[in-house]
Unconditional design. Sequence first.
Length: 234
Amino acid sequence: MVYGETGTIPLSIIIESRMVCFWHKISTGLNTKLSYRLLYLLNKLNNINRYSSPWLINIERILSTCNMRNIWLDPKSCKPNWLKNEITQKLTNIYKQTWLNEINRKSSCITYRTFKTQLIFENYLMFPEHIKRITITKFRCRNSKIPVVVLGRSIIQIPYENRTCPLCNQNEIGDEFHYILKCPVFQIQRQRYLENHYLIDPDREKLSELFQSEDFDILRRLANLITEINRIFK
């Protein structure tokens, strides 16, 4: 979720891109250079099954994963700048799809995926008050002690549908949506901090709208409401 909130890609993508570009530079360089001759030797040993270089195995894996095996077979078929841009873009796209699949697969992301559908930087992280930024981040990423989180930990492992709110009799799952927009225990705080728009016929679409707001005043009041909720679930 951290990568999702900041809209950043893992360092491994930059490393793998540089690995491929370095291999390509050697492969297409002067055949009189020591680096070229060493690479030639590694390839020859690999072809006769005498030695398999972990580095070359990774290069081949990366290119194959990116559907660029033709570059592995013929390094001179592309230019360095094109390869750098293309491999980085493909690795980034693969990671974005993997990230999205993980978000859609995990039960811990059921609420998160309703308001987070793209790997982009979230504007609330520019909020001037760092305590409120941390409050919103933790709640969005389920770093809290509300029932849906606590009752799902490995020691307890209560089924998701049974992690109900212990504060009210609505028999609803004690998740972010319930406490921010529905639980009657926080009705006074909700009326104090949220606009009427969010209080009338609350649904998950309005929760998503609230979390995606770019209005710092709305975000400030949301952080205050979350703080009130966290005080109950210490």
